[in-house]
Design a binder for this molecule. Structure first.
Ligand code: URC
Length: 287
């Protein structure tokens, strides 16, 4: 019996890239997810294991970052064409390239900051109410998945350094998180409108020059509590959506905080509660 190799392709799926373009203090961001799939003379690698015709998927990933730095990313169709044409023209063993790109839309957070963004849609508004036979009532409002990003105005340094530390201190990084926030209402007075509390969270995120996500968490809680006396406690879960600067020096390219690898896991998870000194007992509110 003889067998043969059927249709096949290979590539790097989901290269996550964020590119920051600076126009003075106004920043623009491009957030994309690039997948390449190449096919051509792939008989040998499958049958004998010879990799002579293989452009490593790792190189395909590097190409995405290097081309983003060299050529910029405007229309995703143009960037996909640039990559696809390069694969087919530069490597004789590659006859066909499929490049798929997803782009994620960001809106500017209104206000003073020109480098603060919120992802389109996706967030979920939440509430949990308790009421018992003794007439006790609690109301906790909240949101999940409010995705925000500052393309500058964030530092992280001065942390514990020991023989296991590899993280480099930074005075300028991207800070991004998907906010889960829940706020507990004191008593049964009028509750602040959801949209206004959300606005406090966004304003504080955008306006805080951050030395850590922990500090930003506190600033967001403080803003809600000082703006709305009816709220007595805010609890947060903030995943640190890491954006790592890509080292493009092996390709002779500099990278002045322009091209980032948007990692999805593992991620830092910063959790905490900010509350009034005299907040009433929470009782079953958080259950
Ligand atoms: O804002 C941060 N807080 C941390 O605790 C931490 N840890 C880390 O590796 N990066 C960061 N960033």
């Amino acid at each position: 019996m003889t067998v043969k190799l059927g249709p096949n392709r290979y590539g790097k799926a989901e290269t996550r890239l964020v590119r920051v373009v600076r126009d003075g203090t106004t920043h623009h961001i491009k957030d994309i997810n690039v997948s390449s799939a190449l096919s051509g003379d792939m008989e040998e690698v499958h049958r004998t294991g010879s990799n002579a015709a293989v452009l490593p998927t790792d190189t395909q990933k590097n190409l995405v970052y290097a081309f983003a730095r060299k050529h910029g990313v405007e229309e995703i169709e143009d960037f996909a064409l640039l990559l696809a044409r390069h694969y087919v023209s530069a490597y004789p063993s590659i006859h066909h390239a499929r490049v798929e790109i997803e782009e994620y839309a960001w809106n500017r957070i209104p206000g003073r900051s020109r480098h603060s963004f919120v992802r389109d849609g996706g967030e979920v508004r939440t509430c949990v109410v308790h009421h018992d036979g003794d007439g006790r009532t609690t109301v906790v409002s909240g949101l999940t998945d409010l995705v925000v990003l500052n393309s500058t105005g964030s530092e992280f340094h001065g942390y514990i350094v020991d023989e296991y530390t590899t993280l480099r201190p930074t005075t300028d990084r991207i800070l991004a998180t998907a906010v889960t926030a829940r706020w507990r209402h004191a008593g049964d007075g009028e509750r602040p409108p959801y949209a206004r509390v959300r606005e406090c969270l966004l304003d504080a995120f955008a306006q805080t020059h951050s030395l850590s996500l922990q500090q930003t968490l506190y600033a967001m809680g403080e803003r809600v509590l000082t703006t709305w006396p009816q709220v007595c406690e805010v609890r947060f879960a903030l995943p640190n959506k890491h954006h790592f600067l890509v080292d493009l020096s092996p390709f002779g390219l500099d990278n002045e905080n322009e091209v980032f690898y948007a990692a999805d896991r593992p991620y830092g998870l910063i959790e905490g509660s900010v509350l009034r000194e005299d907040a009433p007992d929470a009782g079953f509110a958080w259950e």
